[in-house]
Ligand binder design. Structure first.
Ligand SMILES: *[C@@H]1O[C@H](CO)[C@@H](O)[C@H](O)[C@H]1NC(C)=O
Ligand SMILES: *[C@@H]1O[C@H](CO)[C@@H](O)[C@H](O)[C@H]1NC(C)=O
Ligand SMILES: *[C@@H]1O[C@H](CO)[C@@H](O)[C@H](O)[C@H]1NC(C)=O
Length: 410
């Protein structure tokens, strides 16, 4: 539900969105950096061994291209270096009008804290291509490539960034709006941003607040056209048209992603919500239930765990739910408390570069979302740079598949 250390904020009961009038801040020109475009041909840079890292413990400060997992498996991407041997099922070339009626919603806030200002020490800089990034610039770069990927695969979709009014976030991009949500963000409250489980709760609270407002607008006919919403972390790359989801599965209210993991079967980094009044209402109620579970049960759990445990707890606590369905990566639907929930396999809708037991499974040819969880943020920026110069999603996926087993420096 959260994806970077700058994401934070504090909800208060009865949180409101910008006093009725939505306060969109946009089109204020701010280019914090210019991403340098990595040459596709510079493959020698992708060493196949891990050099002794110069800093940041054992994490690599450059891409490491290893063997691609899943070779020999049917319906998996096969690669030769960064060249794809298969065509994936992606529709990017015909997608010029995809994304209509879909908005991505992500939570991203930056505080004008002392941390932010004390960041210019050279040891905090990391370099990608020819560009050096501070911590803050890295976060902004991740957000930028999140948006860039969406604009390639779903050019007509909108991106909404939930933030808080103090975070001073400006985006100079078409179809992107920041949506400040008014809360009580006092100084001492900011201390709480260090408690990571708290941040998870904030994300969920912001999502609930957002849905509440949209629901009100829909009911009072303020909002013109209906829009479906996909809540995601900002460290994901959308590599295919997700709008089809709402047509293919025409009856769900909200969709979650699952994997075959007994303790953490659900990931909150991707939640799709149908834009009808009932969809918004059911999703809101469901997320409120999750929020309550965080608060009452998992506040002490680490950020990642609290996040996933609360979601899983809410789902599994429904007596009718059979969690054995998580063992096979095929979509299924369940009716929970009146909400029709579609469960989508992470392998397609929330694919994380190979790790753990999943590392031999490779990359499905119809993957739709790649999630650069944990220490894979560098890979996300390198992947965007690579795509930007090669304009080939399949080759880029080979870069991700081959490089995703390494832990990077941010
Ligand atoms: C993908 O490419 C590999 C290697 O060329 C081939 O063996 C495999 O059959 C292809 N898969 C599909 C589904 O075409
Ligand atoms: C942000 O920090 C800068 C430098 O410390 C300061 O000048 C500015 O007033 C701060 N802005 C806000 C809104 O707190
Ligand atoms: C970036 O680095 C390459 C060498 O890797 C160099 O040839 C190029 O001139 C540099 N570009 C800029 C804008 O500094």
């Amino acid at each position: 539900m959260m994806s970077n250390e700058f994401s934070s904020g504090v909800p208060v009961p009865g949180m409101k969105i910008g006093g009725g009038a939505r306060r969109f801040l946009f089109l204020l020109p701010v280019m914090i950096f210019l991403p340098y475009l990595l040459s596709v041909l510079e493959l020698h840079k992708f060493s196949t061994s891990v050099d002794a890292p110069k800093k940041r413990g054992t994490k690599s400060d450059h891409l490491v291209l290893g063997p691609a997992a899943g070779q020999g498996l049917r319906n998996r991407l096969h690669c030769q270096g960064t060249r794809a041997l298969n065509k994936t099922h992606h529709t990017v070339s015909q997608s010029s009008n995809s994304g209509e009626n879909v908005a991505f919603v992500t939570v991203f806030t930056i505080y004008n804290s002392s941390e932010k200002n004390a960041e210019t020490r050279s040891s905090d800089l990391v370099t990608i291509g020819n560009t050096s990034y501070t911590k803050l610039e890295r976060s902004m770069a991740i957000l930028d490539s999140f948006i860039d990927f969406i604009q390639v695969t779903m050019p007509l979709s909108n991106v909404i960034i939930l933030t808080d009014p103090e975070s001073d976030l400006r985006m100079d991009k078409q179809r992107v709006t920041t949506y400040p949500i008014q809360g009580e963000y006092s100084r001492d409250r900011l201390m709480l941003q260090r408690i990571r489980s708290y941040i998870v709760r904030v994300h969920c609270a912001l999502q609930v607040a957002f849905l509440t407002t949209r629901l009100k607008e829909l009911n009072s006919h303020v909002q013109g056209q209906m829009s479906h919403y996909i809540f995601t972390d900002s460290d994901i790359a959308v590599v295919d048209d997700l709008g089809q989801l709402f047509d293919t599965y025409s009856s769900f209210h909200l969709a979650l992603t699952f994997r075959n993991n007994k303790d953490q079967p659900l990931n909150s980094g991707f939640i799709a919500v149908r834009g009808t009044a009932e969809g918004l209402q059911r999703a809101k109620e469901f997320l409120e239930e999750v929020l309550k579970a965080y608060t009452t049960r998992y506040m002490r759990a680490s950020r990642m765990l609290g996040d996933q445990l609360a979601l899983a707890w809410v789902v599994k606590s429904h007596p009718s739910f059979d969690s054995r369905r998580f063992s096979k990566p095929v979509p299924f639907s369940e009716e929970l408390n009146g909400a029709s929930i579609l469960f989508l396999p992470c392998a397609l809708y929330n694919w994380t570069p190979p790790e753990g037991a999943g590392q031999f499974h490779g990359l499905p040819l119809d993957v739709k979302v790649v999630h650069f969880k944990g220490s894979r943020k560098r890979l996300m920026l390198e992947a965007w740079n690579f795509f930007h110069s090669s304009l080939n999603i399949d080759d880029m996926l080979c870069l991700v598949l081959g490089s995703g087993r390494t832990k990077y420096d941010f």
